[in-house]
Design a protein around this ligand. Structure first.
Ligand SMILES: CC(C)(COP(=O)(O)OP(=O)(O)OC[C@H]1O[C@@H](n2cnc3c(N)ncnc32)[C@H](O)[C@@H]1OP(=O)(O)O)[C@@H](O)C(=O)NCCC(=O)NCCS
Length: 154
C-alpha cells in the first residue's frame, strides 16, 4: 500500500490519533495519556509528528524528536487492519529523511522488553539491537494528574 505521509494536523487528525493510540498502546501512565502527549508535542512546535493517511483516514503515526545530538523515535503505530503492508516502514523512512535534513547522525529508540514484533520490524529496517540499560525519571510537576501508577511507559 502507498499511504500519504504528512505532518499531523490537530484539527483534522487529533481524534483519530487518540483512538488509534488507545487501541494500540493502551497506556496507563498519566504522562502517556494521548491528549497530553499531543498537546505537549504541539506546544514544543518542532513539527516532527507525522501520520499515514488512507483516503483521509489516519492509519499510522510516528513521533520524532531531535535534540542536536540524537534523533529519537516514539509512538510508531499502524492500525491493525493496515499492518504488514509497508506503512510502518514508510513512516520510519519519512522520519529518517527529516532527521537527515536536520543534520542528525544517529537515531535511537526504545522498545518494551519482549516486544519481538517491533524489534523484528526495526531489524527489517536496518536498525541494530544495542545492549543498553534504559533509565528514566518522571517530573510529576509537569504531569496533569500526578498520581503515580505502574503503567508501562517510555
Ligand atoms: C511495529 C509496527 C508499527 C509495524 O508496522 P507495519 O506497517 O505492520 O510494518 P511493515 O509492513 O512496514 O513491516 C516491515 C517489516 O517489518 C517486519 N514485521 C512487521 N510486522 C511484523 C510481524 N508482525 N511479525 C514479524 N515481522 C514483522 C517484517 O520483516 C516486515 O517486512 P515484510 O512484510 O516484508 O515481512 C506495527 O506492527 C504496530 O503498530 N505494532 C504495534 C505498535 C507498537 O508496539 N509500536 C511500538 C511502540 S515502541
Amino acid at each position: 500500500m502507498n499511504p500519504i505521509i504528512t505532518t499531523f494536523d490537530n484539527r483534522l487528525h487529533r481524534d483519530q490519533v487518540i483512538s488509534l493510540w488507545k487501541e494500540i498502546f493502551g497506556y496507563e501512565a498519566d504522562h502517556n495519556a494521548p491528549q497530553l502527549v499531543i498537546n505537549k508535542k504541539l506546544e514544543f512546535g518542532d513539527g516532527l509528528f507525522f501520520i499515514a493517511l488512507n483516503n483521509q483516514a489516519v492509519v499510522g503515526t510516528i513521533m520524532a524528536g531531535y535534540d542536536g545530538h540524537r534523533g529519537w523515535i516514539y509512538s510508531i503505530a499502524v492500525s491493525p487492519n493496515y499492518q504488514k503492508q509497508g506503512i510502518g516502514s514508510s513512516l520510519l523512512a519519512f522520519a529518517e529523511r527529516k532527521f537527515s535534513e536536520l543534520g542528525c547522525m544517529k537515531i535511537n529508540l526504545q522498545i518494551m522488553e519482549g516486544n519481538e514484533v517491533v524489534e523484528n520490524f526495526y531489524l527489517a529496517n536496518e536498525y541494530q539491537t544495542e545492549k543498553r540499560i534504559s533509565m528514566g525519571k518522571r517530573l510529576p510537576e509537569n504531569i496533569n494528574n500526578t498520581e503515580q501508577n505502574d503503567g508501562a511507559d517510555a
